[in-house]
Design a protein around this ligand. Sequence first.
Ligand code: AMP
Ligand code: ZN
Length: 112
Amino acid sequence: MSCLFCKIIEGKIPSTAVFQDELGYAFADLHPQAPVHVLIVPRKHIASLDEAGKEQSGLLGHLLWAAAEIARKKNLTNGYRIVVNTGQEGGQTVDHLHLHLLGGRAMTWPPG
Ligand code: AMP
Ligand code: ZN
């Protein structure tokens, strides 16, 4: 499997771990778009949100909880944003489902 994030999860490519448990792994984004920019990924390879089936809805909820937990631990008390880029027009560039946690600055709306 030549998936970048699978290799990061396996430790074959270095990353700065932020959170991990049996279902997910979170690490600092290499090109941060905010003072806090963390990627939360399932350990199991799922190509995108569009590829996640109903049987994975619990896992999706767990990843969302993990993102909120990381935000609390990083004291993002003024708020933060969770983004899941999906597919070509969604701006997804790595085909392993991931949540972006962005915080530490005011976000704009709508996103570009
Ligand atoms: P997306 O564009 O939503 O698919 O997000 C992919 C993210 O992965 C981007 O924000 C990249 O900066 C990030 N990224 C790419 N390679 C690495 C890496 N080796 N370690 C950490 N983050 C990475
Ligand atoms: Zn993968």
